[in-house]
Design a protein around this ligand. Structure first.
Ligand SMILES: C[S@@+](CC[C@H](N)C(=O)[O-])C[C@H]1O[C@@H](n2cnc3c(N)ncnc32)[C@H](O)[C@@H]1O
Length: 203
């Protein structure tokens, strides 16, 4: 019997361009924490392509079931089972990691949760570790496309706490956690991949 796994077409479309950036950002990384794993398609793809590192997927306890079967079926030695992690939980159920990744989470989380994500990662990421954050972002209040503006309106109509985040606000959060923006890479469909590097002064 086959089971249909939860599936995201967007993940299929963006996993290759994201991987090209992760290859450099995580070149000498041993252990990556992924926040908000969703269907697990990114986790499987990146763990398979980057066998030198261990990939730790995680998600909010209400969503962790979405990826469980796909992660198990992948059978990859460097891909760990899904970890229950609500970024608002204290303490986080994980301590050290030298890389972090999160895709399409900052516009779904409420702003205080975005702050908690940066705090939790900034406090635990080892010196020179990279935090790679993928998604749509605005720049000094301006959207990079009409489709992103419409997406932001759609999100805020669905739930007022959601919305596309501005790079200036994220950067301010990041700096407070000892994370410096190293690169901001254009991705397909008007998305970006932000790479922050830890200066080891978080928390
Ligand atoms: C739009 S989905 C993105 C999933 C996947 N990363 C992707 O790119 O397809 C947003 C993800 O953020 C997670 N999320 C939302 N609030 C969270 C929280 N407080 N702590 C951890 N994860 C959270 C959701 O459970 C979901 O997996």
């Amino acid at each position: 019997m086959t089971t249909d796994l939860p599936f995201s077409q967007a993940c299929e479309n963006n996993k290759a361009p994201i991987l090209e950036v992760l290859r450099d950002a995580f070149e000498s990384t041993a252990r990556v924490l992924e926040v908000g794993t969703g269907t697990g398609q990114h986790a499987v793809h990146f763990a398979r392509a980057l066998p030198h590192l261990q990939w730790q997927p995680s998600d909010h306890p209400d969503a962790a079931h979405l990826s469980r079967l796909r992660l198990e079926q992948a059978g990859l030695p460097n891909l760990l089972p899904i970890l229950n992690l609500d970024v608002g939980a204290s303490p986080w159920p994980i301590t050290g990691f030298d890389g972090a990744f999160s895709a399409n989470t900052a516009h779904i989380m409420a702003w205080p949760e975005v702050e908690q994500m940066f705090q939790g990662i900034g406090n635990r990421l080892t010196l020179n570790g990279a935090f790679c954050l993928y998604g749509p972002f605005s720049y000094q209040g301006s959207f990079t496309s009409d489709s992103n503006r419409q997406f932001d309106q759609h999100l805020r109509a669905r739930a007022p706490q959601m919305g596309i985040r501005d790079l200036d606000d994220l950067n301010q959060l990041a700096r407070a956690e000892g994370l410096l923006l190293e690169s901001d890479v254009a991705m397909p469909a008007n998305n970006r991949l932000l790479v922050f590097r830890s200066t080891g002064t978080g928390g």
